[in-house]
Unconditional design. Structure first.
Length: 80
């Protein structure tokens, strides 16, 4: 799922790096692990460089680019 989402983000012009600078596999994403496992759902943690969202206008622009990538992931998951 993470690889598909990363590919979708790249289609929207984002540069992605999975598990960088540290790996979520090393149990460093406590909240995502805790809530994902508690509810039995697939979970990911997304980090965005702060300079990309350091104003309301920039945050809206990033959100507009993220939304289609996330939507495509959801549509593909539901089609399975």
């Amino acid at each position: 799922v993470a690889e598909r989402l990363a590919a979708n983000f790249e289609e929207e012009g984002f540069i992605t790096a999975l598990n960088k600078p540290y790996s979520g596999k090393d149990e460093l994403i406590f909240a995502a692990n805790r809530h994902g496992e508690t509810h039995g759902v697939i979970y990911l943690e997304l980090e965005i460089r702060q300079d990309l969202v350091d104003s309301a206008q920039k945050a809206r622009l990033v959100a507009r680019r993220l939304a289609p990538a996330i939507t495509r992931l959801q549509v593909r998951s539901q089609a399975r």
